[in-house]
Design a protein around this ligand. Sequence first.
Ligand code: HEM
Length: 129
Amino acid sequence: MTDAAPKPDMDSPEAIGEFVEAFYELLLKDERLAPIFFDVADIDIREHFPRIQAYWEKLLLGGSDYQRHTMNIHREVHEKQPLEAADFERWLAYFEQAANTHFAGPKTERAKVVAARIADNMAKALGSR
Ligand code: HEM
């Protein structure tokens, strides 16, 4: 039997919401990265998820009012626990894994390029690489 339905693209708020769930399922199981979210930043998932979703909606669809200063937020995390180059590599690997497993198409490709670029810029700005 051939493969089932083609994978959807990350081209709607619903798809981006599903992507965030899949991405964080991987991220928050990682023994190095999970404590950064739960212990260092002590995030409230109910607040965090909608923010991550709004952020990617803005970047991919242009249609969200996300207006927070992501760089400063990571600088604060970094001051509590330095984010290393390897952490950014793991973060990006999970992002790509979640995207490739569940999605395909131009927005999905765009998301991976944008994520890689921002991760690189962030790591450099923090002095992690
Ligand atoms: C080593 C890699 C990374 C780690 C460990 C990490 C960790 C975190 C943590 C702990 C928070 C919650 C901060 C807080 O609420 O106090 C956060 C928020 C966030 N992160 Fe990251 N992050 C990483 C890379 C990235 C990258 C590369 C991006 C963008 C491409 C990104 C996008 C965001 C966004 C949009 C938020 C929400 C900020 C808000 O509250 O509005 N992160 N991250």
